[in-house]
Each structure stands twice: as C-alpha cells, then as structure tokens.
Design a protein around this ligand. Sequence first.
Ligand code: SF4
Ligand code: SF4
Length: 126
Amino acid sequence: MSRRSSLAHLLPELVRTLFARRATVRFPSEPPVLAEAYRGRGVVHAELCVGCGLCVRDCPAFALELEREGRHRFRLVHFEDRCAYCGQCVDSCRQDAIALVSEFPRASPCRTAFTRVLVTHEASEE
Ligand code: SF4
Ligand code: SF4
C-alpha cells in the first residue's frame, strides 16, 4: 500500500475516533455506574438476623464468621478479601436478612479494611 493510500485510509478513521463517544469509564475519578443486580458488598438487616449461622455454614470461601458470646449475643463478620460474591449466603438465609448490594469495597493496602462487622446483636435474655 502506498503512503498516499495509507493516509487516505487512516485519516477518516482518525477523525472518527477523535469525535467518537468514550467507550471506557473514568473510574476512579468518577464513580462507576453499576447494574442494579450487581453482587457487591454484603449487608445484613440486623432486625431480621437471628444468628443461625446458615450463611456461615454454606459460604464456600470461609468469608463469614459468627462470633458468639452466649445464646443471644453474637456478631456476624464478613471478610471481603475472601469473598467470591457468589450469593450463596443470600440463598441460604431463611430470614432474608443478608443481601449483596451494588457497592464494592475500594482497594486498600491494609487487609483489615476488608473486615466488616455486618451485625452486632447485643440483646441478652439470659
Ligand atoms: S457471597 Fe459467597 S463467598 Fe461471599 S460471603 Fe456470601 S457465600 Fe461467602
Ligand atoms: S444472615 Fe441469615 S443465615 Fe446468616 S446468621 Fe443471620 S439469619 Fe442466619
């Protein structure tokens, strides 16, 4: 291909590309637009959670932990750095207490930033 015909071929493409809409997102300068069904951060409706531990039992990534202090005192902890965001915990919960929402943890060099207490249940009936 001669130099002249190469330019004739490339110039329209260059102009088209210069004025085309951007195909990528500006994350992290701007927040990303996530789909409503995006499986991100775990949240628990504390009033529905009974501390049964079914979500912990079924989690394939060992990303949930139930810390018990007596029958009615417990904490449900989520380790986001282990989580596969598979949604098994949501399916396993019989109380519909746990959900994965369209938010995601931001990057951090500190592992503890990915440990979140989802529920602290302090009610004591002992
Ligand atoms: S989404 Fe999957 S990997 Fe993450 S806590 Fe729930 S069951 Fe475990
Ligand atoms: S989130 Fe659901 S499955 Fe997990 S401990 Fe609470 S009630 Fe049980």
